[in-house]
Design a binder for this molecule. Structure first.
Ligand code: BGC
Length: 255
């Protein structure tokens, strides 16, 4: 097991990629603080799967889109597990709307959850690690859309681009504290964030044709990479994005 003795917080771990990461970190030996905003049943499921592995788990309600909640989430995780070694900024939302139609409320919701949440959770985590003597790793679940345009999802792409630059800045600024920070950039993964797309063959089939490996990603495809980045095997990796997308991002060919 790669993560014996480590203590991790995974935001948005009541479903989808976050749930798979929380369980995978526990399988590798970590104790895990999990987080949900509204979906308490999902968090209960994540928690029972973690405790069944013999690992400790605290389930904490918090809306990372509110700065005070993001900070409280980190502090309560530290209190519940004794300390934190790993922060996975996973919680994220998207809104599908043309640029000319998107409302201020939807714009702000995406910015707050996807960008302000990771910013202030990472700040609280870095303060904790500084006070604990340094060390630790931060993993942001970004997207291929930290690079790739996605019409009708402009605020979403803006936040993922921002996560890329936050990660690059902090890889330098937090290095003296022994903290590494990296992004995982999933492509199209089968999770509740894209239920609508997944249930409509007219939308799904053209997407599959754009993916060289011709399948959607599974949450476990992303979770394994997060576990690796949290482990000592990745100790010398910081400032990097690992793309997990079946080839989607750089897909190009001519007949
Ligand atoms: C988005 C999905 C989208 C995928 C590929 C992800 O970041 O959340 O809605 O299908 O990127 O474009």
């Amino acid at each position: 097991m790669k993560l014996e003795g480590k203590r991790a917080l995974v935001t948005g771990s009541d479903q989808g990629i976050g749930q798979a990461i929380a369980i995978r970190l526990a399988e590798e030996g970590a104790d895990v603080a999990i987080n949900f905003r509204k979906n308490r049943e999902g968090a209960d499921e994540t928690r029972s799967r973690i405790t069944a592995l013999g690992r400790r788990c605290a389930a904490i309600q918090a809306d990372v889109g509110k700065v005070e909640d993001a900070v409280r989430l980190v502090n309560e995780s530290v209190a519940a597990l004794g300390a934190l070694d790993v922060l996975v900024n996973n919680a994220g939302i998207e809104k599908n709307a043309a640029f000319v139609d998107i409302t201020e409320a939807d714009y702000r919701a995406v910015m707050e959850v996807n960008m302000s949440g990771p910013f202030f959770a990472t700040q609280a985590f870095a303060r904790h690690r500084r006070d604990a003597g340094g060390g630790g790793s931060v993993i942001n679940i970004s997207s291929v859309h930290e690079e790739l345009p996605f019409p009708h999802f402009t605020p979403y792409c803006m936040t993922k681009g921002a996560l890329k630059m936050m990660m690059r800045n902090l890889s330098i600024e937090l290095a003296p504290l022994g903290i590494t920070i990296n992004n995982v950039a999933p492509g199209a993964v089968q999770t509740p964030i894209n239920t609508k797309l997944l249930s409509d063959p007219k939308l799904l089939n053209p997407l599959l044709e754009n993916i060289p490996l011709r399948r959607l990603g599974q949450p476990a495809d992303v979770a394994g990479v997060a576990a690796f980045l949290a482990s000592a095997d990745a100790a010398y990796i910081t400032g990097a994005t690992i793309v997990v997308d079946g080839g989607l991002l750089w897909n190009y060919s001519e007949q």
